[in-house]
Design a protein around this ligand. Sequence first.
Ligand code: PXG
Length: 464
Amino acid sequence: MRLTNIAPTPELQALDAAHHMHPFTANTALGRKGARIITRAQGVRLTDSDGVELIDGMAGLWCVNIGYGREELAEAAARQMRELPYYNTFFQTSHVPALQLAARLAELAPGDLNHVFFACSGSEANDTNIRMVRHYWALKGKPERRVIISRRNGYHGSTMGGGSLGGMAAMHAQGGLPIPDIVHIDQPYWWGEGGEMTAEEFGLARARQLEAKILELGPENVAAFIAEPVQGAGGVIIPPDSYWPEVQRIVDQYGILLIADEVITGFGRLGHWFGVQSYGIRPHIMTIAKGLSSGYQPIGGSIICDEVAGVIGRDEFNHGYTYSGHPVAAAVALENLRILEEERIIERVRDDVAPYLARAWGSLADHPLVGEAVSRGMMASVALTPDKAARARFVTEPGTVGYICREYSFANNLVMRHVGDRMIIAPPLVITRDDIDELVRRARLTLDQTHDHLRREGMLQAAA
Ligand code: PXG
């Protein structure tokens, strides 16, 4: 018997409040309010403990690419659990799911990204990357190449390493981050920070901050640059088209390693297997997680080019996780990749669903509260503003209006997140046109309600 069958929602909420600490949450306040308890899911819809259905506009946490309820993945997990539920790959052993998945990823990844180091999450994979790129340079006789450049408002995870790579000020404020030799440059967020520049000019200017930082540090001290092709947790920030080609020129010119964090953009979200393919970027390492298993199992990793893997392989790399390449997670990931390929889900995103979403979501741009409504692939966002023409911020603390909007969205049974005062979605890739219409209808209703609320409360004021 499931707990959800025997306990009413308030009892579940009370247990949750008493014992369960939620990530990125003010737990005392949530305890008072009560968490919404999700009990089932199918396709793009969640069901809560009161039997209410929601559209999951976030694919879980940017991960359920093939949608919920795929029996094949449950079967793959059960089969693997019966055959070999666990074994490690540390001491001169391997197992079939890990080696098959590594081979499949090498096939899918562009260029000579042919080697996979497994982790259980994106954060762990980025910790691997920090240690690997520094060790790579040490083995090359350049141990002073230690500094990793990243971006403000980038997100690379929540471990000491991942949180340090990330440029989230609120995370750096807690627990002693960032660790040494990680520095940050500004993000290519034209709508919010572009001022009088055109998007193209601004994209170049922000890319050239990388060059300026390399020169300031001395190229001989720089190990790598890490970035998400499109920033996800930062608010679905889509860089101007001029940005990535210029970044590529700079990393090539100074011979530093490029790490593309594909945790969100990988496995179809931008209409290609990997986000770098949609921008023509050539990374030395890609971080993967989330869509690798569509979130059905926790698995992540780093896909590494021949040169770096070859050098690292010369020596013992003193790094690894008990569950690196976990057989059940790997078996589920393989089944997920099979479905993505055989059902041509990524092609459908590229040719049909993403262009449809772009039109439907883009229609929100006419809303009085919306400064920009943008999307790339199956990632989309709107900037909320009290003054469209001025691209103004609200006078209230950033995130106040976004939170109000999110509350209306949740009440409208649409999971839409806020990041500051941007509203974001990243639905399962299998979403239909009809469901996109319904999602956008609920989003517009949410914007109307938020607009009314702000007017009523006198909150439609721009910051000076
Ligand atoms: N890199 C990127 C680009 C991510 O988006 C991670 C690394 C870390 O992955 P793990 O598996 O360790 O969580 C992520 C994770 C949000 C949110 O609020 C986003 C993530 C995780 C939790 C919350 O949008 N992304």
